[in-house]
Write a protein of this length. Sequence first.
Length: 272
Amino acid sequence: MNDENLKAELLRVALEVARRAGELLRDGRPDDLAVAATKSSSVDVVTEMDLAAEKLITQILAERRPEDGVLGEEGAATEGSSGVRWVVDPLDGTVNYLYGLPTWAVSVAAEYRGETLVGVVEAPMRRETYRAVLGGGAYVDGPAGPERRLAVRSSPSLDQALIGTGFGYLAERRRRQAEIAGQLIPGFRDIRRGGSAAVDLCDVAAGRLDGYYERGLNPWDYAAGDLIAREAGALTGGRPGSPASPELTVAASPGVFPPLQGLLEDLGAWHD
């Protein structure tokens, strides 16, 4: 299978997986939804629907692509033999979902030999599906119509930039992140905290944010959104010279990215 055929096949599967998991989460949410478990802290929660969505995703992937590997937030971790690995967050924005807030998504990325080829972010409450293929641009299907090509907003000066961010679940990290945000906000138009890294990265791609940064993300949080942002014209990375990572993830329009990344480096936003 050549690269273009592989990309097309992976995109087809990613769209199916994201759509079906999104439908399950949207239509199957019980009125009495409760926390099923906690992870890094008492406020880092997992619901029964996170687990159900990941189970559905892994079942579909096993049927469609049985030789692929899978890395999922809620514990799915299988080695494959095909060179393809799926990096999946079945419910990005769990706390929003738990509280009935609309900003949550299913994030599905497909890597081949370590390079992300396909990314899909399904945001059911927005009725939007974001997708990108490496080298093929980024698109969104939604209320404004199908296959709308995404492009980042023209870069403003940093003092006119709207920047998204997020906060971790460990108390000391959250305190440090709040201090960083407090130092940054006087130099920006404003800061937004949406609660879903995948959606924030897509908002950079769609021109709804000029930039975004966060410390403490995992690969399943940013794998799909990072590709979508890049294919829409954003620059992405971590600390200067490094790719996005749990240490730091940054995405922004080309004129905003260098000064934003520089400020984050100077402030030490990459450590607790």
